[in-house]
Ligand binder design. Structure first.
Ligand code: ADP
Ligand code: ZN
Length: 520
């Protein structure tokens, strides 16, 4: 390690030591190597290009997808005396021209630029006249069309390599699953870049998954009560959900603000500012919120609905506890979420290949939710990282779930689906199993079936848990074209024939308290 890098770390950035792989990366890039850096959110990616930018001759061009992100970074750099600037649509012509003059004059060490700006013919020829030291491509997963941050312009960034092959490149991302990694390498022509894969473990985050009770608001409030006056994010599935959850939290006396892409831009920006500046704001948001938000003391990230994939989930929960203090990642989900998400996927515009991939990702997440082992181990395994389990800081480690022999219940559940013609959702199936003579049960003559009432020994929520676990295990499919009707898969056959034994996790009763409205 060169002393100068450490000097800069102390003198300019005020840190005592490099963290994790930072020293190796800085050394490699400063020495003239290309790099692909995979580091979790909050891991310290910025320094990995900022220090080489200062140590190498010429200007470093930093490609960044978010205007808010680049402005924050530039402000922070200017404060510590680094010659940094940005070029994006917020600058007027005069200010932009000034930055361009400084670039040509070699007076800028780090220039942040949005990809669409970078790719203009005008800007590229401007770069021809500048002395370039480094290209840094931040949020590199934006090249992946499978991710939810896809930015088509990112795919054209190979122009940098083609036009200035002698300028070193460093690409950085917090999204590390193998397919995305491969896509980054391929799309950005980084085959020769050295890959630096940091551990994605965030030991200070405690993971918990619970089955959703009703709309989940009451359970959410129980979580928020554990964090009085603390900042946090609540992710919900849709804009409508965001608004209604935010409203309910406000009614409960919390400082909750909504955030989604359908809101007025000024209100959205104001809400974001308040979240960053005030203590104790609960931001209720869709996934539109979060990328580039650098708030160190977010104490909880709660998903009141099922997210779309393990990668998305991990990135969102990664926004908790960047300061290293104990933080919470809490998720509640029900079969209704699975139905809604499958519907969104199938009714979307994507190609059928992409839809298949998204459905598989959703299944993987469902498997995670129903897992009985260490959550951390399951999450890290998804990113190709080994962890020996028993982390001591997830719900399953802290109170190992009990399991029960569900072979008989599974058979009953599967027969109920079969006997009712594979046309009904979980509500009707549970009513049939428990022998509830509802109008809908009578209307379809389901009280005449042999399975009617054979499951009276289990409670409603226990049956729902059985169905969820059967879906997670791949024994049942959700037919989104028929309003979430449950269907048997091939894997259900041996279970129906009694050839496969199944164990299910026992739902903790303690989390389900009587509803106040029922008591009244
Ligand atoms: P990322 O971009 O990977 O999410 P950042 O580069 O924004 O992470 O860094 C996250 C936080 O960690 C910042 O507050 C930063 O100041 C701090 N940080 C980064 N490197 C170090 C270090 N070597 N020592 C102490 N703090 C660091
Ligand atoms: Zn664990």
């Amino acid at each position: 390690m060169t002393d100068t890098a450490l000097d800069l770390l102390h003198r300019i950035f005020g840190h005592t030591a490099f963290r994790g792989e930072q020293a190796l990366i800085v050394d490699h890039v400063t020495g003239g190597g290309d790099a692909l850096v995979l580091m979790p959110t909050g891991g310290g990616k910025s320094l990995c290009y900022q220090i080489p930018a200062l140590l190498r001759e010429g200007t470093a061009i930093v490609v960044s997808p978010l205007i808010a992100l680049m402005q924050n970074q530039v402000e922070a750099l200017l404060q510590v005396g680094v010659r940094a600037a940005f070029l994006n649509s917020t600058l007027d012509a005069a200010a932009a021209a000034k930055v361009e003059r400084e670039l040509i004059a070699g007076e800028i060490d780090l220039l942040y630029v949005a990809p669409e700006r970078l790719l203009t013919g005008r800007f590229l020829s401007l770069l021809d006249r500048a002395s370039l030291g480094l290209f840094a491509i931040d949020e590199a997963h934006c090249v992946s069309q499978w991710g939810h941050d896809f930015r088509p312009e990112y795919r054209q960034l190979t122009v940098l390599h083609e036009r200035w092959p002698h300028v070193r490149r460093i690409a950085l991302t917090a999204t590390a699953d193998a397919p995305t990694r491969r896509e980054i390498v391929e799309r950005l022509a980084l085959e020769d870049a050295r890959q630096f894969v940091s551990s994605f473990d965030r030991p200070n985050i405690r993971y918990t998954v619970v089955p959703k009770d009703g709309a989940g608001t009451r359970q959410l409030l129980d979580v928020l009560i554990r964090h009085p006056g603390q900042s946090g994010i609540v992710y919900a599935m849709s804009r409508k959900r965001v608004e209604s959850v935010a409203e309910q939290l406000c009614k409960a006396g919390l400082k909750a603000l909504p955030y989604h892409a359908g809101m007025d831009a000024a209100v959205r920006a104001a809400n974001q500012r308040r979240f960053l500046q005030e203590d104790g704001i609960v931001m209720v948001a869709t996934i539109a919120f979060g990328m580039g938000i650098d708030k160190p003391d977010v104490r909880f990230v709660a998903h009141i609905d099922l997210p779309k994939s393990i990668e998305g989930y991990y990135q969102e929960t990664g926004r908790a506890g960047r300061d290293g203090d104990a933080s919470e990642a809490w998720l509640s989900y029900g079969l209704g979420d699975v139905v809604s998400l499958r519907q969104m996927i199938e009714q979307g515009e994507a190609s059928s290949e992409r839809k298949q991939l998204e459905l598989r990702k959703l299944d993987a997440l469902l498997g995670y939710c129903e897992a009985t082992g260490c959550r951390r181990q399951a999450l890290l395994r998804w990113f190709g990282e080994d962890h020996d389990g028993a982390c001591g800081n997830c719900d399953n480690c802290l109170s190992p779930p009990q399991t029960w022999d569900g072979t008989d219940a599974a058979r009953k559940a599967l027969s109920a689906i079969y006997r009712t013609g594979q046309r009904f959702g979980v509500g009707q199936l549970v009513d049939v199993l428990r022998g509830a003579r509802t109008d809908k049960v009578q209307q379809f003559g389901h009280s005449e079936l042999a399975v009617f009432g054979v499951g009276a020994d289990l409670e409603d929520r226990e049956w729902r848990s059985v169905f969820r676990q059967l879906v997670a295990g791949g024994y049942i499919d959700v037919d989104v074209e028929h309003f979430g009707a449950l269907r048997l898969t091939e894997a259900a056959r041996p279970v129906l024939r009694g050839e496969t034994a199944l164990r299910f996790r026992t739902e903790a009763k303690a989390t389900v308290r009587p509803r106040r409205d029922r008591r009244a």
